[in-house]
Design a protein around this ligand. Structure first.
Ligand SMILES: [Zn+2]
Length: 296
């Protein structure tokens, strides 16, 4: 959810969310172990170039995302709600003042957007790293607060990322369903990446439709695309980037999907597909249908 208003979350619900976040970390940790093991095996093989199974000079298949840097920004953070002075601080977002961050939204059971976004980012990071990418995350736990939107942009810019995705879920009307993709508008700082970000948005939209049961938003944007000029995360990022509202947490049907680890892995898989397609396509500057400016 990307509103300018921070909504304090009830303590009882947040305690549940924190416990859930800890479980998510454990889940991601298991994935990490598998990834490290695989990467370690590759390294060992490379130390034995003279073995009979792989003669010197043989061609080793290159990991498809080797050499690529991908920025992942899981929206909000698990304890933003108890650090209101920090997240309510006003920062310059490239056009105007905006709060440093917000708490994000939650579903009717108290499952938080922050935890959803964190879990998807963990699955996605593991997938991209397994294919050789360097992944830079704007936060690595769901048990802290921040960083500010300005710092999130800096982390991705300073890493020299080739592409970036910010992961969110919306807090729209209870009757509304579906995902939407927020794309940047030229703000000066980001002028060079508008077309590329729109091309990335088209890839993300296609992949989410192909690989997940979540429909296009029926209440926000045009065909799931929304141009936003009021978000520091888009205004200040100098690499191709979109923000994805993966579903609408107040809607019970969407909420059931968003809280489901299986769906979270589907979203991660779709975003991996989109990133790979974007990075391996020569058409990374083409515009999509993002021609309308909708402010919310
Ligand atoms: Zn959000």
């Amino acid at each position: 959810m990307l509103s300018a208003v921070a909504l304090p979350l009830p303590r009882r619900r947040l305690l549940t969310a924190v416990v859930g976040a800890a479980a998510g970390v454990g889940l991601a940790g298991a994935t990490w172990t598998a990834t490290r093991h695989r990467r370690g095996a590759t390294t060992a093989a490379e130390r034995s170039p003279g073995s009979t199974t792989r003669p010197v000079g043989s061609t080793v298949p290159r990991a498809p995302l080797s050499g690529r840097v991908i920025g992942l920004d899981p929206g909000h953070n698990g304890l933003n709600w108890e650090h209101t002075a920090y997240i309510d601080e006003l920062v310059w977002n490239g056009r105007e003042q905006e709060t440093c961050d917000t708490t994000g939204t939650q579903d009717g059971n108290g499952y938080t957007e922050a935890e959803f976004a964190f879990n998807v980012a963990q699955y996605l990071a593991a997938s991209l790293r397994a294919e050789g990418a360097t992944v830079v995350l704007t936060r690595t736990t769901n048990t802290g607060f921040g960083p500010c939107i300005t710092e999130r942009a800096s982390i991705i810019n300073n890493a020299g990322a080739d592409v970036a995705i910010s992961i969110h879920a919306d807090g729209g009307p209870e009757t509304g369903r579906g995902f939407s993709i927020l794309e940047p508008v030229a703000s000066g700082v980001n002028d060079d990446v508008i077309g590329a970000s729109q091309a990335l948005g088209a890839r993300v939209r296609s992949a989410l439709l192909d690989e997940t049961p979540m429909p296009l938003s029926n209440y926000y944007g045009v065909d799931g695309i929304v141009a936003r000029d009021d978000l520091g995360g888009l205004n200040l990022t100098t690499v191709p980037k979109v923000m994805v509202e993966c579903g609408n947490m107040p809607n019970p049907t969407d909420a059931a999907l968003l809280a489901d680890p299986g769906f979270q892995q589907q979203v991660a898989g779709a975003l991996a597909t989109a990133v790979k397609a974007f990075l391996t396509s020569s058409d990374t500057t083409g515009a999509t249908t993002a021609t309308t400016l909708v402010r919310a």
